[in-house]
Design a protein around this ligand. Structure first.
Ligand SMILES: Cc1cc2nc3c(=O)[nH]c(=O)nc-3n(C[C@H](O)[C@H](O)[C@H](O)COP(=O)(O)OP(=O)(O)OC[C@H]3O[C@@H](n4cnc5c(N)ncnc54)[C@H](O)[C@@H]3O)c2cc1C
Length: 378
């Protein structure tokens, strides 16, 4: 079977990988190339955690994916790793139910997090101010993927293993039979077509997805660390999630600086046309969080910013389903700000859906995607 995968972000690239591993012929098309700066997969770093509150389904997908990220890092990028085993620190002020559920679920799945008291957290990470933090979980086996580099490395690897790469924008998804058309009027033939198009999905399938996948502007800010100071590198500092504040971040990976992101949904974004200039208020909020929690970086300069798109489903659940009117078209997306880590497992589920007709869990079905916001997965 020849499958055309449209989109070489994390979902499309890992889908191509699993289709190829199962013996399919694969063409991978992207309008701008793999992990470009307008794509959601094109930032420097992404956190890989297994904690998902009560949602064991995501914890298990994350565990499977983590092993594949490690394997990719081993085979593709020595001595410059793609996988950084930094650990992931959950910080909660007071009795946060999501953090408590995370602890219970991970323990049931036999991957219990370490529970640190505030004094212990202060001893382990002396540069962190623990004031107001009451519960801390540490997922020691989790970490950070060098996201943009990892997706590009995977796509280079795919090409070497026989995947045909094409840089072109697909314009005719809806009436697909045996070929797609590009905006240069080229035909891209195949037996089946997977659309893993991130924030572009509602534009490609307006009747199906308008309002059901909502792209939003999300600002991340990178802060420079003091010269010669290694405390904030991935070898010494964990990735973290300050759940009640809605702030997360990664240590200094590849010398890019300490990253601080805001998880709250921003305004709408046009993924093709909008400038990626950050809102000042978002940068100042990131700076204030850093000054409070990492006082040694209170005066740290902003060395880089990114505006990236979340592609939110109503609940935060992914979309992995067959097109309701076309037997040979499948849609994969709705990463909703937490999808990157799951790329390998999502690719595997998609390959099984395409090649074996095996439908993934009902949580990923189009039927559950509505236009109201009821976010429950983070
Ligand atoms: C600021 C931010 C922080 C995040 N942090 C984390 C995190 O720490 N951990 C985590 O797990 N997840 C995180 N995420 C979520 C994660 O990055 C996304 O869920 C994931 O990257 C989505 O990948 P994708 O392949 O669906 O989309 P994309 O990476 O956007 O890829 C879609 C691709 O489709 C292509 N395309 C679209 N339309 C067409 C067309 N018509 N023709 C050809 N090509 C087309 C695009 O060019 C693009 O390359 C974060 C997201 C953001 C924005």
């Amino acid at each position: 079977m020849h499958v055309v995968v449209v989109g070489s972000g994390v979902f499309g690239a890992w889908t191509a990988h699993h289709l190829l591993a199962r013996g399919a012929t694969v063409t991978l098309v992207d309008a701008y190339g793999a992990a470009h700066p307008r794509s959601s997969s094109g930032d420097e770093t992404r956190i890989v955690r297994c904690g998902y509150g009560p949602d064991a389904i995501y914890s298990e997908l994350a565990r499977r994916s983590r092993d594949e990220w490690r394997a990719l890092s081993d085979r593709a990028a020595r001595p410059d790793p793609l996988w950084h085993p930094t650990g992931v620190l959950w910080m909660a002020a007071g009795a946060d139910a999501y953090t408590a559920a995370t602890r219970a679920t991970l323990s049931q799945l036999n991957m219990p997090p370490e529970v640190l008291s505030p004094p212990e957290m202060g001893r382990r990470f002396p540069y962190l101010d623990t004031d107001g933090i009451e519960v801390t979980l540490l997922e020691r086996d989790c970490g950070v993927v060098a996201a943009r580099r990892a997706v590009r490395a995977l796509v280079v690897d795919l090409e070497q293993r026989g995947v045909r790469l094409l840089t072109a924008r697909i314009v005719t998804p809806a009436g697909v039979e045996r070929a797609l058309r590009t905006d240069g009027s080229m035909e891209v033939a195949g037996d089946g077509f997977v659309f893993a198009c991130g924030a572009w999905l509602p534009g490609l399938f307006p009747e199906l997805l308008h309002g059901r996948i909502r792209p939003t502007r999300q600002v991340v800010t990178y802060f420079g660390t003091p010269a010669g100071d290694l405390r904030f590198t991935g070898a010494r500092m964990p990735a973290w999630i300050d759940f009640p504040s809605g702030i997360y971040g990664t240590p200094d990976i590849d010398g890019r600086g300490v990253k601080v992101g805001i998880d709250e949904h921003g305004g709408p974004i046009d993924p093709d046309a909008d400038d990626r200039l950050p809102d000042r208020a978002a940068v100042e909020r990131a700076r204030a969080w850093l000054a409070r929690r990492v006082p040694a970086l209170a005066g740290a300069p902003v060395v880089e910013t990114r505006v990236c798109a979340y592609e939110n489903s109503s609940t935060g659940d992914f979309l992995i389903d067959r097109h309701p009117a076309r037997d040979n078209v499948w849609i994969v997306g709705g990463g909703s700000g937490h999808g990157f880590k799951h790329g390998p497992a999502v690719g595997e589920l998609t390959a099984r859906m395409v090649l074996d007709g095996e439908m993934p869990d009902a949580r990923f079905a189009l039927a559950g995607k509505t236009s109201d916001e009821r976010r429950r997965v983070y």
